[in-house]
Design a protein around this ligand. Structure first.
Ligand SMILES: *Cc1c(COP(=O)(O)O)cnc(C)c1O
Length: 221
């Protein structure tokens, strides 16, 4: 992309969001230079979905960046994810949650986590089913090296706005239900909404959007 384009896009997106909405710049598959440009423009929260990439990028970029891990996390890569990420948004099993707690304990760190909720129609997407969430939250509260901050989810990949809205509504409902048992002020995060569906997500109660292509352009897979 042309020089200054990332900064310009970031400014436009930031201006369209309420001040209290968190913006995660999803930098997966984009080079370090692109992240550096976003950083220069004031962005501090970045999202990555592969541990291999996170491990290369994090040490090469400023230390005050907050890295959010947003991809499916394999159990054999938990150690590295915990080392570099401030928040792991894609916690989708009790086993993974316990491993994160254990690895964080080993390095004396506390890692923020979100429980990923599966509401989309696609079987391939991962996450807890809504009725599994309470047990997961109860377990999370027993663990000293993770801090449960909220939920993350994705809507069905469809043009059907009603379905997308329904999925986001369900994620918000899950958050509200969990709020009754996790009655802490820092249980405050509903991470939903990407480049194409962020307005719908925000109107359904999102507090954190994860935007990739609208900031960095198209990814080359
Ligand atoms: C890639 C990705 C995003 C960003 O998607 P865009 O459509 O590029 O904005 C957000 N969340 C997750 C979990 C992702 O994997």
């Amino acid at each position: 992309m042309a020089n200054g384009e990332i900064a310009k896009r970031l400014r436009e997106i930031r201006a369209s969001l309420r001040a209290e909405t968190d913006l995660i710049a999803v930098s997966k598959f984009h080079p370090i230079e692109a992240i550096a440009e976003a950083y220069e423009a004031g962005q501090r929260d970045f999202g990555e979905s592969r541990v291999q990439e996170l491990m290369v990028k994090a040490p090469a970029l400023p230390g005050d960046i907050r890295w959010h891990f947003i991809g499916h996390l394999q159990t054999n890569k938990v150690r590295q994810a915990v080392e570099f990420a401030q928040m792991i948004q894609s916690v989708d099993s009790l086993k993974l949650m316990n491993l994160i707690d254990r690895e964080a304990g080993k390095i004396g760190k506390q890692v923020d986590i979100l429980l990923q909720v599966h509401v989309a129609a696609e079987e391939t997407k991962t996450g807890f089913l809504p009725d599994e969430l309470k047990a997961a939250a109860t377990e999370a509260m027993k663990l000293g090296h993770i801090r449960l901050r909220g939920v993350m989810g994705m809507a069905t990949n469809t043009d059907d706005e009603a379905r997308i809205r329904q999925d986001f509504h369900k994620i918000k409902e899950c958050f509200d239900e969990l709020s009754k048992i996790v009655s802490r002020e820092d249980f405050d995060t509903i991470s939903m909404g990407m480049s194409d569906d962020r307005d719908l997500a925000l109107s359904e109660g999102s507090t954190m959007v994860r935007i990739g292509s609208d900031i960095f352009g198209n990814r080359e897979y």
